[in-house]
Each structure stands twice: as C-alpha cells, then as structure tokens.
Design a protein around this ligand. Structure first.
Ligand SMILES: [Zn+2]
Length: 378
C-alpha cells in the first residue's frame, strides 16, 4: 500500500523559504479495520547521524509492498527529522549536533509531562481499581492536555524560541504513540547498539542487536526520556501501592554505525531489527519473522557502567584497542604522542583502562587537545 504523506512546516526563514518535516503514515483505514498500536520512527535528529535515513527509506520501500489488511496498527516515519542540523556543514563535515542559536544539544530540548510526586500518587490512587487500558487512556489524556497548553505560548504575542516551536511539532507527531524509535549513531566510529528503559528487556531482544544499554542515569530532556519517563514514574507509583503494572509504552534509541557514513551492515541491522519489532508487536501481520532476528544474544549493561576517556595532553592518538574489543582494568587503551614548547623532545603517554568493559565508541579525529574525547567502554 502507498503511505499517506504529509508535510509539516515549522520554520519560516528570512528568505521566505520554509523548513518542513515530512511524515509517512501507513495504516489500514478501511471500515472495520483494527485500531492497533501506533509506532513512531524518526532519524537524523543530530546532523552527522545519517544511517537512520537509509533505514527509514528501506522501511518505506518494504511497507509499500504490504497489503492494507496486514497493518493491525499504524507506522509513522519521519526521516531527516531535524532539517536545520541535517543540512549544517563546516567544510565537509556535518556538525549539526547543537542548535546554533543557543548552543544546546538538539536532543536535550524536549518537553516532558510534569506533576509533583503527591499529584501522581493521588492520580494512581484514583485509578487503583481500574484495568490497565483504562488507566493508560486516562493518563494519556492528562499528558495531552498539559502538552496542548504549549501551543498557546507559541501563538502568544511574545512568541517562543525556535527550539520550542520545533519540539512542539515533533512531539505532536509521537505523543500518542505506544512505541517510539529514535535512530541515531555516534558522530565517531561505533558499534550497533540500543538504549532501553527499565522493564523493557524482553522487547529489547526483538531488535536483534548484540548490545544494549539500560538508561539508569538520565541526561534530561532527551527525546526518548521525555516520552517514557512519565509512564515509568506512574509504574513506580503503582508499585509503591502494591500493584505491579507495566504500560504498553516503549521508547528506544538505536545507535547504528558511524557518523557521516552509511555502513551497509548498520543499515541492514536497523531495517531487520525494526521489521522484527513491528512483527513481534503485531503491528504488522502476515510476514514470517526471520528467526535469526530475535535470537541474537543481547549484552546488557547500563549508563552508569559507561566510561568515557578524555585526552590528558594535546597530541596524536594511536589506539591499541579496536571497536568491540573486551578490555581489562590496566590494559593500554591508546598511546598519546605530544609536542611541547619547552625545548624538549615530544612526550609519549600510555593511557590505561580504569575498569573492564567493551570498547563501543572511538573518536574519528586522532588529533586531540587536552580534554577532548578519545573513546568509551561499557
Ligand atoms: Zn545522536
């Protein structure tokens, strides 16, 4: 079936041009069709992280081969979801990680439903005897009501900064989804892995990736966090009241491959992982799942186990480890050779691992100033 395609303008420019999002929607709109869960998928929120655009383009190609009655839910896709960062360049490099107006990371700007702990507890108490679907619908209504108030500020005479307009348009598309997938990659050289949230380990397997990082320490205002945190807070509230309840809400950030590159195996993993996820979640039916997709081992760790290494000196970096390699405490990770202006020969430093882990990210730039990022393990 062909998707329903809409263009969402959000940024009117001095030149008269308008930056827009383009949304591709697949669902069975025939009378009597089943209204199943909605999956929202976006890519390229950060400018250098382009792999997800290829993943979405291939997913669109695949979804158009399906018949309408194979959709038991809806699939919404937004490639190149941040035109400002997608198009930003310095020389040959895509540098669109930060909003040039205020310097903020584009993935630390999102709106999150907020209520005080007492208010949330009162809400949970009022819903304690209800079934999950009803509670979910009631809570979703509260979130939507608070979110709708943002529109008033955008329309007010005093207006709002660009990032508030932008996030409003993007979050309008996904706030009522059951499942959210945000496709990123490192800006450097990285493994293919995902970030996931508590109590979602089972579904994490569906993506077929070999590594997963549990978010147990929040960055704040990230796209996936803003979506799922209110639901996790309500689950915790119910747990305090003695009722274990997990809502049908999941948020995933896939990290696929390298910055500014379309690695075929990263694209393939993204496409097959999301296809399998859609099948396992029964958003799509009538396609046999690929048995290899959900059986790969998933090495699970958490954000508090991540160790990032920053250069202790300016110079040239020579890694002694490679991506995916397991390292032990005390092992040499990289050598750093640096010049000086002290009339002395260059220094040579060996940097060792502070703890054991797997190298999952390596800086592309092997020339560093003091304090620059070199590599990370989890
Ligand atoms: Zn990113």
């Amino acid at each position: 079936m062909q998707p329903n395609i809409t263009t969402v303008p959000f940024h009117h420019l001095t030149s008269g041009d308008v930056l827009s999002l383009q949304l591709y929607r697949f669902s069975d709109s025939s009378p009597g069709s089943k209204a199943g869960p909605k999956v929202y998928i976006q890519s390229n929120l950060h400018g250098a992280e382009i792999v997800g655009n290829a993943v979405i383009e291939q997913l669109i190609e695949w979804l158009t081969t399906l018949e309408p009655d194979q959709f038991q839910g809806e699939v919404w896709l937004v490639p190149a979801c941040n035109p400002l960062s997608t198009n930003q360049r310095t020389h040959y490099f895509s540098t669109g990680r930060f909003n040039p107006y205020d310097g903020k990371d584009w993935n630390r700007i999102f709106w999150e439903y907020e209520t005080d702990p007492q208010g949330l507890l009162s809400f949970a108490l009022s819903q304690l005897s209800l079934d999950r679907a009803t509670i979910q619908a009631n809570y979703a209504r509260l979130i939507q009501t608070q979110f709708a108030q943002l529109a008033e500020k955008l329309r007010s005479p005093s207006g709002a900064p660009l990032s508030e307009h932008y996030r409003f348009h993007l979050q309008s598309l996904c706030l009522d989804a059951e499942y959210l997938i945000d496709i990123h990659s490192t800006s450097n050289q990285g493994l293919d892995y995902l970030y996931y949230f508590p109590h979602r380990e089972q579904s994490a397997q569906f993506f077929g990736l070999s590594w997963g990082i549990l978010i147990d320490r929040y960055d704040g205002d990230a796209f996936d966090e803003a979506f799922i945190k209110p639901w996790l807070a309500l689950e915790n509230c119910f747990a305090q009241l003695g009722r274990l309840l997990y809502f049908e809400r999941e948020a995933w950030t896939l990290e696929l491959g390298a910055g500014m590159q379309m690695k075929p195996e990263s694209i393939q993993k993204g496409v097959s992982g999301i296809q399998n996820y859609l099948l396992q979640k029964q958003v799509i039916r009538g396609v046999p799942p690929n048995p290899s997709d959900s059986k790969l081992p998933l090495y699970l760790t958490c954000t508090s186990e991540v160790k990032k290494y920053y250069a202790p000196y300016g110079g040239m970096v020579y890694p002694t480890v490679s991506l995916g390699e397991s390292v032990v405490q005390g092992q040499v990770l990289y050598k750093l050779h640096g010049f000086n202006k002290l009339a002395q020969v260059p220094v040579r430093i060996q940097v060792i691992a502070e703890q054991k882990g797997i190298v999952y990210d390596l800086a592309s730039n092997q020339a560093v100033n003091l304090g620059e990022y070199v590599l990370a393990t989890f």
